[in-house]
Design a binder for this molecule. Sequence first.
Ligand SMILES: [Zn+2]
Length: 269
Amino acid sequence: MINYTERIALLMQDIVRRTPNLSFIDLSEVLVFARFGRSDADGAYATCHCLTLPESEPGYFYWRDRTTGELTRRSEWFVTKSPVVRVGHTSVKYLISFVLPRFCDQTLQRSRKAHLYPGAPGWLAKLDTVVHELYHIDPEETGIRRFMRADGTDSMRSHGPLFYEQVAEMTKQYLASNPDPEMYSFLRHDFNQLTELHGGVIATTFKNFPSFPQRYMQRLEMPPAECGVRIEPLKPLTQPIVYTEDDLYTRQFTGSRTNRLRNDEGRAA
Ligand SMILES: [Zn+2]
């Protein structure tokens, strides 16, 4: 079977090596994993998740009476934090997720980037997406290049006016640098072709799949700001706040579902 996230990670190494604009990226601090998403549903193909965002300012949720506008309830104080992901001795700074099988079926046809690649084969959309996610990594190490949402995922607003053009430029530059076609040839095939060619598609996921490391709210011991207002406890955490290599599992993806591989072969490196 083809390990799709492993192939993407190897391709990323080659891209970073050959692309001066991305050469600052230390890929040992970047972890590639897969999420599930059908090809016939709308949604992202891939996402860059930053784990180095600072803790938020303390805050709380509150509820007001609709007629009087008076504060009726509020939550406990909390801060929003990023989970820790460690592989061996390395702290992971970015996670890049690819949505399977949707990403494998991505093509330039009818995509917003088609005009950047006139006459190019459809699979180039996937190479473009890989470069795109790498380009979100901020050289200043402050998070996601340009803007981001509070939860650390990138939003449409993290794309400046030239973002797509710059990504297309780097993608073409990479191909012009004469890389070994073996590095990217797996992108030529859609999901069904890959399954047929390799007998299956497997990928790194987190143990708590379909979840993965995400920003979480941590309760703070702070005196209530107002008297006489009911305080709602925060929901208890349901996901880990520290992940290690033991939390990585290889799963097989099919067009409509995923299966975890048996434990002995299922641990990802
Ligand atoms: Zn983006």
